[in-house]
Ligand binder design. Structure first.
Ligand SMILES: [Zn+2]
Length: 605
């Protein structure tokens, strides 16, 4: 705590003293930069070679550090484990370099004014926060790639990419320097916040509000309709500009890697990395999911990257940054991800309501919602959300899902309290105006903005559902908009009566809840049993639903399981699938006022 505070003061003082007027665009000439070159001598081996030339300031030793995590993804990832062959030289002379901590290296400079530290980085993890290098392209993230000086000084970081023959270009949110594939970040934060895609991407460009936007597709083939995706992305940008009133960046890039499996997105100040599955534009649902991911990530350019919890910046890249406000960052980005896609005309009203209903059903079937508050879920993201295990649903709740629902409930309440004069939209804009500067908001400050906009106390809302674990009450929100839950209709589908999970291809029975949850423990199946076959036929881990659909509730089946290594067959009677009670629909008795509120909400007109 003290270290973080001290670091903040040092950084601010430095900016004030050393960078008059234009710290972001003109790094101060008196501070020597770190210069990196990245080469790919054999990209098919998934390695890149990094050389960093560092100013020593005349010191006898310098200390280098690598980030152990990436902002936006809250888990210690020990990126330094992929670094190899670390050497240091000055004027062609080898220097002594040794590790001084798990993610630090100390160089004896011999008095040299600059030293060059070179290392190889293994880059073979396809995710939005790691590195990937293959014959055709590279996705480079800052945190897992760049060592920097551990002296806390704000200095420019310059990057030069030396691309293999056949690679034509690189794309990043960093400012370009004169020369091909050369960039500069005014500080280490910007370097970490500026992923790079290099290879032969297909680039779609358009301008909104005078700002250039780029949809950069790696892997755009006949299966991925890039032109349509760019048109729809432009509609999202226009909708978000309308929502916030301005675009807060000079340019914005979507680095979209079309790969085998979908891998989500990660936000940055003027870019996002998204991993899309190959069939994204050929499946309606997959495409909607991609579009709402883009809407969510772009929303973070305001909510998360600029308007932020006080704890999320300046970052200490060597230890966890815990905050109770991730539900504001992520849950509300999820809420608006769907809502703004709807307002942009990319989602129908039914699709919007059914997606919201699915999230409600998910939270209501998570027993942990009655044990863990959303502030605790935010705070413990590092040890819970990002490290799920078989008991997670019983003891924790997702700050994404519950946060999204809180967005819905809060929005409805503010609209009702203010006679439709105000909404959660106004809260986001007011919070942005107040807390998107050097300092972020505390949980109390965010609540206070919401109360000012609502013109009323929201103390009970926070006590019950933000700080507390009381079950959510949807009635006011539904009534506000003339909505209701449809009657829970029996699906007629068979069920084993237990919750299962796909554990690396094995179908495993999950523990039942201990706190009055809705997961019954049937006679027969026990926690950790591996389900192998039903009536003598193998059940693949991802095919249980399909296999159960071959039977009716009440039928007797033999379930072959492995229990602690011992095979055994259990005779059981199939139960009935529990029907969803959470499908939102229009209430036919809705009044004109309710219908008007609904339309205003969904169209922002
Ligand atoms: Zn997010």
């Amino acid at each position: 705590m003290r270290d973080m505070a001290a670091k903040l003061v040092v950084a601010l003082v430095f900016i004030v003293l050393a960078s008059p007027a234009s710290a972001q665009t003109t790094p101060n000439a008196r501070v020597d930069p770190i210069r990196y070159t990245i080469r790919f001598p054999a990209p098919e081996t998934h390695y890149m070679e990094v050389a960093a030339t560092l100013p020593t300031g005349g010191r006898a030793t310098i200390e280098l550090t690598m980030a152990v995590w990436t902002p936006g993804s809250y888990l210690i990832r020990e990126y330094e484990r992929n670094v190899e062959r670390v050497t240091a030289v000055a004027s062609g002379r080898p220097l002594s370099i040794e590790k001084s901590a798990k993610n630090r290296w100390r160089v004896v400079t011999g008095g040299a004014p600059t030293v060059t530290v070179a290392y190889g980085v293994f880059a073979h993890e396809m995710s939005v926060r790691t590195n990937w290098v293959e014959a055709g392209y590279a996705l480079i993230n800052g945190a897992p790639t760049f060592m920097t000086l551990a002296d806390g000084v704000v200095r420019p970081h310059e990057v030069t990419l030396s691309l293999p023959a056949g690679w034509t270009r690189s794309m990043t949110g960093m400012r370009a320097r004169p020369g091909v594939n050369q960039y500069v970040a005014p500080d280490f934060d910007t370097l970490v916040d500026s992923p790079i895609l290099a290879g032969n991407p297909t680039v779609h460009e358009f301008t909104v509000g005078g700002k250039r936007h780029y949809l950069v597709n790696e892997g755009e083939t006949a299966q991925f309709d890039g032109a349509r995706a760019a048109r729809d992305f432009e509609a999202i940008v226009r909708q978000e500009e309308r929502f916030w009133g301005e675009l807060p960046y000079d340019k914005y890039l979507v680095l979209n890697v079309v790969a085998a499996n979908r891998g989500g997105g990660l936000e940055h100040k003027n870019s996002t990395v998204v991993i899309a599955s190959r069939g994204t534009t050929t499946s309606h649902n997959a495409y909607l999911s991609w579009l709402t991911t883009l809407t969510h990530e772009l929303f973070h350019a305001w909510n998360g990257k600029r308007l932020r919890p006080v704890e999320l910046g300046p970052f200490d890249y060597e230890r966890e940054a815990t905050t109770r406000s991730l539900w504001v960052v992520e849950g509300l980005a999820d809420y608006y991800g769907d809502l703004l896609a709807l307002r942009a005309g990319l989602l129908t009203r039914d699709e919007f309501l059914s997606s919201l209903s699915a999230t409600i059903a998910e939270v209501q079937s998570t027993p942990g919602r009655l044990l863990q508050s959303i502030e605790s879920a935010s705070y413990d993201a590092w040890i819970r959300y990002y490290r799920p295990d078989e008991n997670s649903p019983n003891v924790s709740v997702s700050y994404y899902s519950k946060g999204r629902i809180l967005g819905f409930l809060l929005d409805a309440r503010i609209r009702r309290l203010s006679g439709s004069a105000k909404s959660l939209d106004d809260v986001m804009r007011a919070a942005y105006a107040k807390y998107s500067g050097a300092r972020g908001y505390t949980p109390d400050q965010f609540r206070s903005v919401a109360e000012q906009v609502a013109g009323s106390s929201l103390g009970d809302f926070w006590a019950r559902w933000v700080k507390g674990t009381e079950d959510l009450d949807y009635s006011d929100a539904l009534t506000t908009f003339g909505l209701r839950f449809g009657a829970a209709a029996a699906t007629g589908r068979a069920s084993l009566g237990v919750t299962t999970r796909n554990d690396a291809g094995r179908l495993i029975v999950s523990p039942a809840a201990q706190n009055g949850g809705e997961t019954p423990t049937p006679a027969g199946l026990l926690t950790d049993d591996e389900i192998l076959a039903i009536n003598g036929r193998r059940v693949a881990a991802d095919q249980l639903r399909r296999r159960l659909d071959e039977y009716a509730p009440g039928e007797r089946v033999a379930v072959l399981i492995a229990r602690r290594g011992q095979l055994q067959s259990i005779d059981m009677v199939l139960g009935s699938e529990v029907p969803s009670m959470w499908q939102i629909e229009m209430d036919p008795a809705a009044t004109e006022l309710q219908r008007t509120r609904l339309t205003t909400w969904l169209t922002a007109s």
